[in-house]
Design a protein around this ligand. Sequence first.
Ligand code: SF4
Length: 730
Amino acid sequence: MKFSRRTFLKTVGVASAGVTAAATMPERFLSWAEESAEAGVKLVPTFCELCFWNCGLIARVENGKVVKVEGNPLSLRGRGRLCGRGNAALGALYDPDRLKYPLINTGTRGAPVWKRASWDEALGVIAGRMEKIRKEHGPEALALFSHGTGGAFWKHLLKAYGSSNYTAPSFAQCRGPRDTGFLLTFGADVGSPEYYDFDNSRHIVLLGSHLGENAHNSQVQDVVQGLARGARLTVVDPRLSNIASKADDWLPIKPATDLALLLAWIRIVIVEELYDREYVGKYATGLEELGAAVAEYTPEWAEKETDIPAETIVRIARDLGKSAPHVCIGAGRYAVWYGDDTQRSRAIAILNALLGSWGREGGYYLPVSGGVPEYPGLPEYPHSEGVPRLDEAYPFASLQTTTSIRQASITGKPHPVKGWFVYGCNLMKTMPDREETIRALANLDLVVAIDVLPVDMIAHADVVLPECTYLERYDNLSVGKFKELEISLRQPAVEPLWESRPSWWMTRELGSRLGLQAYFPWKDGEEYLARRCEAGGVEFAELKKKGVIVRSGGASPYIVPGSEPTFDTPSGKIELFSKQLQEKGFDPVPKYTRHPQPPQGYFRLLFGRSPLHTFSRTTNNFLLADLQKENSLWINSRKGRELGLKDGDTVQLETSAGVTSPGTIRVKLTERLREDAVYLYHGFGVHAAGMTRAGNRGVGDDELIAKPTVDPIMGGTAMRTTFVKPVRRG
Ligand code: SF4
């Protein structure tokens, strides 16, 4: 079926109806739950972990087996719906490739020989080496890399042990620059999930963000609502993504020039006085300096840089001015592109500020305050005095970067790092420059991997701890700050399979072997959660029954008379000109620098998300692998034909730095991509023994990115700077 904007909006009608119906469903669901229980069917509300969005779901359990999952209508992040990945929960739970028992590596890192171990033996080995590291190098020599809800328990263990070195690839390899750019401008980041008020927008602008393929459940529903209500949509992307195909304007920008477009828009908004004078006058500082700094970025100059016609640039800027403040220039999510990403994100923040969209209907809403306190009565964490920060080189890194831990593991500077816990993140695929990661691993005294699947990282661990899936465990609470506060509970629908265990148990057991029992007083996961709820005034029995409790904050999510906003910046205002950046030697207003373009015969490697997969975490899922087994290489049809390629041809990729992909990928010729770039879905190119469905399928961008440029402001690793060419083999 041809999917036009019209049919899309017809579907929107159905979607909206679904959302309305969902709002009236909870009571029905609850009585249904009781009836079903009588009939011998158990319905267990919990939340999804097939991506970080944490949508509420209800697991249907028959004869001790989960047979189906459905969206929980009470969930703000799902609203009664699950995305394609979320619906494949059974493929995660019943994956025969899952890690089943603790394993000890009797071979070497990278060439493991596995010995099945008891929990007692595995935890004993880990605790022994942790004690040795603490004695020889101090507690700060231990680091944690984590991704996912259970990471909170490992962070707690690390802090109780005495280390502050916890990190997540989601900062320096993903959204760090945009959070830093917004923090520097507004004194607040954009949240996760983001505080976009898309459903009330009159004009939405997305830059390099492919919502829909990036299937963030409620956010996709919000965009759909916004479009149904008549919002304009502008998508800036070298590729005609699915969302770009629904846009009023698709701007196929020359890669690496987004900042030029943003600076030209900022200039037009100032010169033509399209900005919100009252808002900027009241809440912002630095307009004059900003105006002077962007004076050179004319639309005609931007046309030459970006390949977008000057009149289009002007027309869209004027339309944004007309729709302000109900406009949302999206901050994106994956933002580590070219190395000046904090400044690009600053430019997005500044444009939003000029249009007055922060704290305004249809722009960025102000999230509810509050939360749920931590477990009460725990001892203070120990602090090591005088230990230098690993991220000294990146003055605005608001979170520890993965790469500085890797660097300290190699050099021992500014202090040694000798042990890694890797929870739920496949570092072999999430961190660029794999050789460097392997060099760091070689220097360590302890590598522990905690995961559900035998991902690529496992082969480099000394000890592997099998975690049970999100359908088999109590976990930390998921507390979402939206216009309302959403508290979601994860609870087991079924018992853990094989010998897998939850993180609350593993960390408590390790804690007790390390003499840290006082930090882990809970009897079990349920008691841990019940005490937290009790401390926060949350009715635990109700949460268990419903899975989600939503609390209204009372205050308006928008700036209204009498609710003046505060900005946590040095000036207490929105900083269009940043003295903080200036004092540290950075440009106080974003400045355009031209990035290298692909050499003759090469293409810029772009990558993004498949709507059916969450990176390499789901490529082994038998339900999802059935739908998409491997990725393909998008290449412009004309360029592809010029190279003698046709649809379905198998090629390897070779970079201009001489790296060749270990695997092959099929060619997909398309008109939906510029001629200077190729595109593939991220998460493929898995080479882990034991991942029987994902193994050796397609090519991973991570296999090709070597020596990435680093954002000097916050340490993000730029990953759109690799140039490749397809090479036929055989
Ligand atoms: S967006 Fe999809 S995969 Fe992510 S939590 Fe929601 S249902 Fe699960």
